[in-house]
Design a protein. Structure first.
Length: 408
């Protein structure tokens, strides 16, 4: 061995060995479990660079894509993993979740059925199949999958909660309540189980129990739009319209879901406004302009909010005291300016008839003022027209509305 070869061998001996695909995969899984998705993804890709058909790395890249909401990417990676190993039950289960996230519920249920066929003891497979069947509206089949989940893992709260959902959807409310209570006994901090229990209690008329369960769910999972929406509906059913409105406004500030918008309109119809007009005004403006509900369901509260503007409120009092219902004295410059800039008032007048008599009297007064202004402008235009026809230089001449002072 010559000197050059000895130096090469010495350098090779001192260099650290390149990590194997197995070591990289283990490090990737650890990062994945710790929630460091970016690091885990980079390591999984390094695994694939060494072993392009590494099924577990493909599968876990699909899981990361599913976790970040990239359902189509997740489906592609997990499909590739199944192409390498089609006997792995977990691959088919997770493919079902990704397909469901993409809205492909029939394909998703097929994938989960393959998973439980490959591994009939798969608790995850049966539970996910039950969830997907619930979304697809196949409640009988969902009940069967949920019961298999419970039978395989009696201490698993998820199984009992899913069974409760299926039983409630099938109208077997008392059985659903028992399942939800069992889930809560197993997992006292299970917010979804409290929310499900609330729905079942409300169905049998136990509004107090439903409210208590929803408040517990809200405490465990704050600001959940679905919980807040159901709490608002339950409070309204109890006659607490103000509490319902406060809850739905909080929910809309979190997430403007279609359900919360509908509940807002439902609450507005029966709301007796005592305070909070400034808070309601922007939401009512959006509700009218974006068509959250029928304008006639909103108009009463909208006009109640509008008339609370200080200038308009005073004008309504003056108009009511005047013997002439449309007296121009009821409005002044401040009222005219407020009417002109009130987006909510202008909007409601364009989409539905005015039903507030006090507001209508002020509007009648405003119309009289506008007609007088229009008359004066018409007189000015006629005078200018006469001057043009007489050949007077009107382009640079200011029209005077007042008579000139006499010369001494």
């Amino acid at each position: 061995m010559n000197r050059k070869q000895r130096r090469a061998n010495k350098g090779a001996a001192s260099s650290p060995a390149a990590p194997t695909a197995s070591a990289l995969f283990a490090a990737a899984v650890e990062n994945h479990q710790q929630g460091r998705l970016g690091d885990a993804e980079a390591l999984y890709r390094r695994v694939l660079a060494l072993e392009p058909r590494h099924a577990d790395a493909l599968h876990r890249l699909g899981l990361i894509a599913y976790q970040v909401g990239a359902a189509a990417v997740a489906i592609d990676y997990i499909d590739r993993a199944i192409g390498v190993d089609d006997r792995n039950s977990a691959f088919h289960t997770h493919l079902g979740l990704a397909l469901a996230a993409a809205g492909r519920l029939d394909d998703a249920s097929c994938a989960c059925r393959i998973a439980v066929k490959l591994d009939p003891q798969s608790v995850e497979g049966h539970a996910n199949l039950a969830l997907i069947l619930m979304r697809a509206g196949q409640f009988d089949a969902a009940e069967d999958a949920a019961r298999r989940t419970v039978a395989l893992a009696p201490p698993l709260a998820d199984g009992h909660a899913i069974l409760g959902d299926a039983l409630h959807a099938l109208g077997r409310t008392r059985e659903a309540i028992a399942s939800y209570r069992r889930a809560i006994d197993l997992a006292p901090d299970y917010a979804d189980a409290y929310a499900g229990l609330a729905g079942a209690l409300r169905a049998i008329g136990d509004l107090d129990g439903a409210t208590a369960s929803l408040r517990k769910a809200d405490a465990l999972a704050p600001d959940h739009p679905g919980v807040l929406n159901n709490l608002a509906l339950t409070l309204q059913a109890q006659g607490d319209v103000q509490g319902a409105m406060e809850t739905v406004l909080h929910g809309l500030a979190v997430a403007e879901t279609p359900a919360l918008r509908q509940t807002f309109v439902h609450c507005v119809k029966t709301l007796q406004l005592d305070a909070g007009a400034d808070v309601l005004r922007p939401v009512l403006t959006r509700a009218l302009s974006e068509g959250w509900g029928r304008p006639e369901d909103l108009v009463r509260t909208v006009l109640d909010v509008v008339r609370r503007g200080p200038a308009l409120e005073a004008a309504i009092v003056r108009a009511a005291a005047s013997p002439d219902p449309a007296s121009a004295e009821a409005v002044d410059d401040g009222v005219m300016a407020e009417l002109a800039k009130d987006e909510l008032l202008l909007l409601v007048l364009t989409v539905t008839p005015n039903i507030d008599f006090g507001v209508e009297r002020v509007l009648a007064s405003a119309r009289r003022v506008l007609l007088k202004i229009a008359g004066r402008l018409g007189a000015i235009r006629r005078r200018r027209g006469l001057m043009r026809r007489a050949g007077a230089p009107v382009l640079h001449q200011r029209v005077r509305l007042r008579p000139r002072a006499r010369r001494s």
